[in-house]
Design a protein around this ligand. Sequence first.
Ligand code: 9WN
Length: 455
Amino acid sequence: MVYETIEDAVEGAKNVLEGNWTGHSTVPAWGLYPHQWAWDSGLTAIGYAHYDQGKAESELLSLFRGQWKNGMLPHMLFSKECPDYFPGASYWEVRRSPNAPRDIDTTGCVQPPVHAIASYEIFKDSKDTDRARRFLRKIYPSLCAWHDYLYRERDPDRDGMIYIRHPWESGRDNSPVWDEVLARPQFDRDEIPIYTRTDSDDWKRDGRPNDRHYDTYIYLCELFKKADYDEEEIRENCPFLVQDLLFNSILVRSGRCLAEIARAIGADPRQHDERADLTVFSMRDRLWSDSKGIFLPYDRVDGKMLDHHEVGGFSPLYGDVPTPEQAKRMCDLLHSKYFCPVDCDDCFAITSYSRSDVDYDPLNYWRGPVWININWIIARGLRGYGYHDHERWIVKSIRDLPMKNGFRERYHAETGEPQGGVNFSWSAALFLDCYYEGLFNELEDLHPIKQSFSG
Ligand code: 9WN
């Protein structure tokens, strides 16, 4: 055990965040991730919101310094202290776009839009409501511009479902769900620049994306650069355009929070709710697979669903997307040998990919391991649908995995062994969120849930 008591672990989580604090924001983990990442910052702010409102506000406000003129919130803001990171500021050449900020270096793609959710959590958790309202007034226009960008530039069909154009935008980089789309671009090695990976020199040992996938990530970035980051041109040429479930589900939940924020500051909430309604309607109508009992992402280039049992398929619970009947089927599948060890006797929570699939790999990044942030998102979704026992099993893992192994980036899906980044911010922050929400107090009478799904 790394932490003997909850109090020790709470202290440990705060120390992790303190250690990763740069003075205005928090890095995901020193070493592997020494810059500011967009959805990491949002999730981290949710942890700070419970005990340090100043840091929570600063985390988000400093992130929005990187917002582009067209509203795009880039997936990373680069610190000048770590110039050796690849692909770093000099690689992205974002100033090819008139929209990119001049005084701060960023990437040219996005990540799941958790920021209105985080802003609203700061308001809800605050003991100083006047101050929190001032914060909301300050950040509201930036949040609106961010959501406007997504619905304007990433939803050409105007059906409320926005597309992502790079696996990095999904937050689940090398999930097997992207494999067939990533295999699509045929290019020679000399069509992309020679580069050295800084994330790993042995992807197998480190459980990172393989070299071919990394080359394709870079190939896609080259395409963005050639288009000078013009979205219309990118859309015409990009072989990776996917309506992703996690991204759109988070967008719905964020849209609802944006509506709440509008109400709290006396602005008009209607547009936010209407957009969220449209996204929900389209996802339910178009992305549900009745044969699989789960939602599936849509590949806009080939015009078909990406047929996988992948953890993103459960994220619509978080956006309140499924009907109660759909939610019941998702829940049965979630609590089956595919995603969760039988009977939950020693549950390590939801795996990132189905355990029965040939591409499942409990050691490799988004191809199997358990991630705290995804489990937190699904747990919140389950709560909304009244699946309290299922939620509690997940919350138990969010408590037990770090207490046993420390606040790590991810954990082995079957043994709970820690993997990847050490002292990882969102694992610490979301542990703190569950603690302060009192969720760890509700775990006493936990008993195995009978599986109703035989598979
Ligand atoms: C690329 C920082 C980020 C997370 C992503 C996770 C990983 C980066 C990487 O780390 O992505 O953006 O180098 O693999 O997949 O979700 O935001 O923690």
